[in-house]
Design a protein around this ligand. Structure first.
Ligand code: TAP
Length: 485
């Protein structure tokens, strides 16, 4: 008993909250148009909340059609007069400056991102912000080398890019969109997600600080209708969208026949496949990282675990033990592994799909876990006894919910992994290099990770096919989406 108590005491963590004093959140934010923060033409605003407490953080301007029109006009003027004609080596200087400012102000960005999104500070601090800076550094390096990048002797920018992003990695998605577009000489109008506008607005402030010429970046905050106004604006040459497959299809219809260039980064339902020869501890860490990183709000999340039948009990036993050690709670606590769900709407979706999993006969399990009284929370959840026809095996839950299926042979693993309309990512856990290559050739996914999961790098193209969209972000391939070669 005493030993038990000692073991218990050893695993109790004292609170280690990051201070929020480094961030000063204004009561109100304007749109960022032509280098200045301005109110919406009709004065409309919406509130952005801290999803961990439901406390309102700020009122943010809600851009309507007139504001989008102004932003596109500012972007067009900046493209024609300043940014388009500017030599790449000069554009690069601004991108390097933005990258360095992101690093200098990284703690501020990390705290703000965790407050507005609900993600654990250790993830915003160690993943989102450093990767966002890395994207600006990487693309700054391309700005003066485009004629040597294999796109012909004088690749040209497209013009004005309209970019619409989701709430799961607000700053990082902005960086994925803006850095290649600006490096290639385009100007941008960015529409952040309604529930997470604050880090994009702080990035706009950083651009002011870096002396970026007015109009090169414009940020029009608002809801889906603001995104729709941007997508259908005739003054935009290229649309880049990251978000749900449903909205992606709407956008594709809106853009059809207009001559606008389009890239779509959409949803996923990735298989994380564990073979019987995989080192179990490593695989369990990869499974946890695959689905519980960022509360499972990850397009490429390993949301379907395919485990070889002969090791299923052993892997699931270790996995349950590991889930029992995850700490859910205050996103600003440096020990927190699982933060808040980003919105009430997303929480309702996760609950509905999890209830459907139970109703269809799968077995639901979560470790003992105290959920805070206020805010939006969902415990790490495992479903076993899942069959391929279950909704939880087919639909993207976009939450901390793992559906477990088993397989006997590599062929069966491939067949089950590919049994989805999506095609974004997959994971393979095995000791054999030859098996990794065999699997990678057969898995219909844009990214296949081997003995790791959720690894991102600006040099590496990322994207999917089928219902996960088309086009690539990152690397040389990502640049191609912003150039007329
Ligand atoms: P969506 O509802 O599709 O929203 C994405 C963005 O589009 C938001 O800014 C949204 O504004 C805006 N929007 C909504 N309706 C629109 C319309 N009719 N026209 C133009 N814009 C519109 O997705 P979400 O729920 O925010 O994000 C989750 C989804 O994104 C998941 O399916 C996930 O897999 C996917 N995702 C994919 C990737 C990649 S790289 N493939 C990366 C991250 C996320 P509001 O926020 O105001 O509604």
């Amino acid at each position: 008993m005493q030993g038990e108590l000692a073991a218990q005491a050893e695993w109790d963590y004292a609170p280690a909250p990051e201070s929020r004093d480094i961030v000063s959140i204004a009561p109100e934010y304007g749109l960022f148009i032509d280098g200045e923060f301005v109110p919406a033409a009709d004065g409309r605003q919406f509130a952005t909340l801290n999803p961990a407490t439901e406390e309102p953080l700020a009122q943010v301007a809600d851009a309507g059609e007139a504001d989008v029109d102004r932003a596109v006009a500012a972007a067009r003027a900046a493209y024609e007069r300043v940014w388009g004609p500017m030599p790449g080596a000069e554009r690069a200087k601004y991108l390097y400056r933005i990258a360095r400012l992101l690093q200098e102000r990284s703690r501020e960005f990390a705290v703000l991102e965790s407050l507005d999104n609900g993600k654990p500070i250790k993830e915003s601090r160690d993943v989102d912000i450093p990767l966002a800076a890395a994207h600006f550094f990487y693309h700054a390096g391309w700005a003066d080398k485009l004629e040597h990048a294999g796109f012909g002797p004088s690749p040209r920018p497209l013009g004005v890019a309209g970019q619409v992003i989701p709430w799961n990695f607000p700053l990082l998605m902005a960086a994925w969109k803006l850095a290649p577009a600006l490096a290639a000489g385009n100007t941008c109008v960015l529409k952040p997600a309604e529930t997470t506008p604050l880090s994009a607005l702080l990035l706009a402030e950083v651009c002011q600080q870096a002396g970026l010429p007015p109009g090169v970046l414009n940020v029009t905050t608002g809801a889906g209708s603001t995104g729709a106004a941007l997508v259908s604006h005739p003054g935009v040459d290229k649309i880049a969208f990251t978000g749900s497959t449903e909205v992606g299809k709407e956008i594709q219809r809106a853009v059809a026949g207009t001559g606008k260039r389009l890239t779509l980064e959409l949803g996923g339902k990735a298989a994380n496949i564990v073979f019987d020869d995989a080192p179990v501890e490593g695989a369990v860490e990869g499974i946890v990282n695959g689905i519980f990183f960022n509360q499972g709000h990850v397009c490429c999340a390993g949301s379907r675990l395919l485990v070889q039948e002969s090791v299923a009990d052993a892997v699931l036993g270790r996995l349950r033990d590991r889930l029992g050690t995850l700490r859910l709670g205050d996103p600003l606590d440096k020990n927190t592994d699982i933060g808040a769900i980003n919105s009430r709407q997303q929480l309702d979706k996760i609950r509905a799909l999890s209830d459907a999993g139970e109703a269809e006969g799968a077995e639901r399990w979560s470790p003992p876990c105290q959920l805070p009284d206020r805010g939006y929370w969902f415990p790490p959840t495992l479903f076993t006894g899942v069959s391929q026809s279950h909704r939880i095996a087919q639909e993207e839950i976009f939450g901390p919910v793992l559906s477990v299926l088993t397989f006997r042979t590599p062929d069966e693993a491939v067949a089950k992994a590919n049994n989805t309309p999506y095609g974004l990512s997959a994971g393979v856990w095995t000791e054999k290099g030859s098996r990794i290559l065999w699997m990678a050739q057969r898995l219909r996914a844009g990214v296949v990770w081997a003995n790791t999961y959720n690894r991102f790098d600006p040099t590496s193209p990322f994207g999917g096919y089928r219902e996960s969209g088309f086009g690539r972000e990152g690397g040389r391939h990502g640049l191609a989406a912003y150039l007329n070669a």
